[in-house]
Design a protein around this ligand. Structure first.
Ligand SMILES: *Cc1c(COP(=O)(O)O)cnc(C)c1O
Length: 340
């Protein structure tokens, strides 16, 4: 039994999901004639209460398109120092949109409206114009942390006052919605654009959607084409998304429960310095200084358990749809008996 806890992206489509994909009604999406893509876009638009939605092959492309839609070259984007758009999109913000990021030193990937105010550049010609605030919920490198919605509302107010766009990287918004008992609509009301992923906790092989208001989404189709993201009979992929919305959403609570149990087991190990707060399906923990990170990873690998290092003696575990009860039992057992 191989246990892969490196990411919630390692899941493979289930038989039922594959069946749904195989039965999809498709057409040429470049002509906007793929029924299933259209259906997924309409469903996500409705869920978030936005007029416009567009299907993308990756979350990165959906985010990069949002950055392009909100900015002009030379502009500045405010985001957390842990932000995916800054750290894990290959420098795309500068490559694709010619923008720089003003990084906020947040707490587990989250920051306050006050910090946003401080990060906005003064209105003088020798500054880069601040154009957009971007947040991530859940915050990936923050350990799957969930924003306090009242803080999001405060940031919206700042954006209104300072005429800034507000984008949500909602690759794992599903996890936040389940944990905080929030609705997509309340996010739709606050953000100008939102990207969501189907290939994380929802267990699809491919797919993201960008939703937004008419005015800002006007050029989204063209930008997606410029980025090479136009697809043809993409309904086979969109069908997985529709299936996941119906079948894989509520079960996220299961991942969250397992992650907490893993956290409890880790906290009992004397070689571990800290386990960061666990809110969703991610746990980040730090080994004591005298414990070698790669040695720890290898020790688990020897027992067919795969986890990932984040540098500076921090490690990450992510639970998901393909992490079964049996695997969980085995992993907890291994942790209990781990010796150094
Ligand atoms: C995974 C992820 C994305 C999108 O990544 P892709 O690999 O391009 O799908 C975007 N933002 C966050 C926070 C993510 O975790």
């Amino acid at each position: 039994m191989k246990i892969d806890l490196r990411s919630d992206t390692v899941t493979k489509p289930s038989k039922a999901m594959l069946d749904a994909m195989m039965q999809a009604k498709v057409g040429d999406d470049v002509f906007r004639e793929d029924e299933t893509v259209n259906q997924l876009e309409a469903r996500i638009a409705k869920m978030f209460g936005k007029p416009n939605a567009l299907f993308f092959p990756s979350g990165t492309m959906a985010n990069q398109t949002a950055l392009k839609l909100h900015t002009s070259p030379g502009d500045q984007v405010i985001c957390d120092k842990y932000a995916h758009i800054y750290n894990y999109e290959s420098g795309g913000a500068s490559f694709n949109s010619g923008v720089s990021c003003k990084l906020i030193d947040g707490n587990r990937g989250m920051f306050t409206a006050e910090q946003v105010l401080e990060a906005i550049n003064p209105d003088a010609y020798y500054y880069s114009p601040t154009r957009l605030v971007e947040i991530e919920n859940t915050a990936n490198r923050g350990g799957g942390s969930c924003w306090d919605f009242t803080e999001i509302l405060k940031i919206r107010k700042v954006c209104d006052e300072k005429d800034l766009g507000f984008h949500l990287d909602g690759a794992r918004i599903w996890n936040a919605l389940i944990v905080k008992n929030e609705t997509p609509k309340q996010y739709g009301e606050v953000f100008d654009t939102i990207s969501v992923c189907f290939s994380k906790g929802l267990g699809c092989p491919v797919g993201s959607v960008l939703v937004g208001d008419e005015a800002i989404m006007k050029d989204a189709l063209r930008i997606r084409k410029v980025f090479g993201g136009n697809m043809r009979q993409a309904g086979f992929l969109a069908a997985a998304g529709l299936y996941a919305l119906d079948n894989n959403m509520d079960r996220l609570a299961d991942d969250h429960k397992k992650t907490k149990e893993i956290g409890d087991a880790l906290a009992k190990l004397s070689i571990i310095k800290t386990v960061e707060p666990i809110e969703t399906n991610i746990v980040i923990f730090e080994l004591n200084k005298d414990v070698n990170e790669n040695g720890f990873i290898q020790k688990l690998k020897d027992r067919n358990i795969n986890i990932i290092g984040m540098g500076t003696n921090k490690l990450r575990i992510v639970t998901h749809l393909d992490y079964t009860d049996a695997m969980h039992e085995k992993f907890i057992g291994v942790l209990k008996n781990l010796t150094f």
